[in-house]
Write a protein that binds this ligand. Sequence first.
Ligand code: DGJ
Length: 744
Amino acid sequence: MPIEWREGDRQLHLHNGQISLVLRVLDDGTLAQLHLGGAMPADRSYRHLGPDPFEGFSNRVGEPVPLAYPTAGTGDFRVPALVVTAANGSTALSLRYRSHRIRAGKPSLEGLPATYVEADAEAETLEVTVADGPANIEVDLRFTIFRDRPVVARSATIRNAGAAAVDVDGAMSLAMDLPDADWVMLGLAGSWARERHVVERRLVPGRQSASSTRGASGHQHNPFLALRRPTTDEAHGEAYGFSLVYSGNFLAEAEVDPYGATRVRLGIEPDTFRWRLDPGASFTTPEAIVAYSSAGLGGLSDALHSLFRERLARGTWRDRPRPVLINNWEATYFDFDADRLVQIATTARDLGVELFVLDDGWYGARDDETTSLGDWFVDRRKLPNGIDGVARRITDLGIGFGLWIEPEMVSQRSRLFEAHPDWAVGVPGRARTESRQQLVLDMARPEVVDHLESVLADVLGSAPIAYVKWDMNRNITEPWTLSLPADRQGEFFHRYILGVYELYRRLTERFPEILFESCAGGGGRFDAGILAFAPQGWTSDGTDAVERLRIQWGTSLAYPLSSMAAHVSAVPNHQVGRITPLATRAAVAFFGVFGYELDPTVLDEEQRAEIVDQIAFYRGHRELFQHGRFVRLISPFDGERDRAAWLVVSPDRRHAVVGTYRLLSRPDPGPERLRLRGLDEAATYRVTTWPGFADRLSAANDGERSGAELMTAGLVLDLERWETVVRGDFWARLFVLEAVPSAG
Ligand code: DGJ
């Protein structure tokens, strides 16, 4: 069994040969976390890894005892996981063991997204109840270990067992103490159209964090944090990944204490959170995932990718091949009518596209950003026969039809706002800050969620809609809700996101055949929480191929390729003005859920032929691109090299596609090799290049090569040295590797 209780040591050990978590009840009942990381043998005592005997914090105030769920005010001066303000105003808390239970499988978290199992045998869950007597607070700490994954899932339920109301002022989903600080902290940071760039820093004494207070996880930081040893690289060394299954305000933090120990915290951002617990009431935190790898950052990504793809994403579209789509946004913006859409769809269909998406501008009287959000009825000036009319013209072409919506928003110029001005988030007596000329609906109010479910279900049921893009284009200001009294306004942000999840749950359950794609001005809410409802997300509004290399590389640290929508767009690129070759744009976008974001009717014959080839290529390797193992080779963040490379390989390692990219060309370069990883060294692969030019690059590489050669000598990429290989910036080439059946 992966969870073992040693009565004599009062020790709990969760283990599966890939990861170990050791908890121990110390002498005074404090729950210590003696180890979380590399696998350790079962059936042994590890009590010597913690204080034994434990005489409390009083002997050496602030001593770095590794704790499972730390609190404040009773001797531990590091940042706490739980802060509760009792009826008398005190925040001192000290949690002591009461009981524990071990059960097969994994419980769900009411109202919250979470990873899951399909059979109880896939995981085992430990629930430990700890309590503070004077404050009458009980906490159930849950730890799930998956049988076949180097992953532990954590959450906590805080209960008020007393007779007076208390306030929860901070409740992390996880805290984890590590005995040293020899770590580099990795985060995913950026802004609109340049989300999730990798940022790294060596841990230093004190607190270092990433967070959001915007009401969404945000473009700026991601609810993901990794720690790696300074010597860890993509393939070797220790690394931890911490991911919060949540889409609202979050905090991801590492604190190094004066003794050089590290505490990691991950959970709801505490400064914008306060939750009232009446007597008998409880609060459950979102889930946090800890993954451990001894095979570098690549091993960490493998663990998170397969968990998120197989046991976080759910529904009909979890395992299905995702369609190659075209979206009309960058082709038309708000300026279209039915004929124009059908013209784009027809041309795209002829090129091989499988689904057409009608983006913003189909409803109310929406000709620009000033109006109509909330009015989810069709604009008959543009679409005289309604959504159904245009959808049927497009499905009659033999391709699917998809629709954009932005449920959580309202324009001041809209019928919805006229009817329900109080449904928009804002503080009475204070001007509302507008952003993109729109306001946010108060998703904390059940009547708003009910209304949206009703009007959107009408739309989605009115036409043959196969796909929905759920957008969210601004963050929350003047946070306040009519639904709560003054002393409970601290609940607003969390209740908002619970309302979003509730609407997602209802619509995805009512329309199980629809493929939902999340979006928030691109990648402004790209997180593990939303992935539980929408198996893919619009990775970024940044569609420039060079920028996308960075975005997709960073995103891939935590999230699988099946979650990353990636489209070829027009040049000059609409966000940065860069002109990149069409082949390069495709060679980047292939590594994700592929599509187009341009007007195919204005392309010339040669460009259309190229697109036909691109779509055929992607469809031929779709299973690999959407479900293969992604291996990062050369980072686009390595400014010295001006290169990037990655590959995707099938689980049986018999099929791979390598992407190699030159960002900027250099004069007088030396010879260059690209050593691959993740292949079968004993296999022989047939190597072909794409696009299939007969040049020195293909001459040097095409043919049969052993896996051993490809991983030691590598592919030959003497790009600029060869006159026959086009010189210049933004160049890309793919290599397809197919294992050759072995003789006999
Ligand atoms: C932001 C999205 O990221 C774009 O793709 C597009 O859907 C616009 N919103 C529409 O308003």
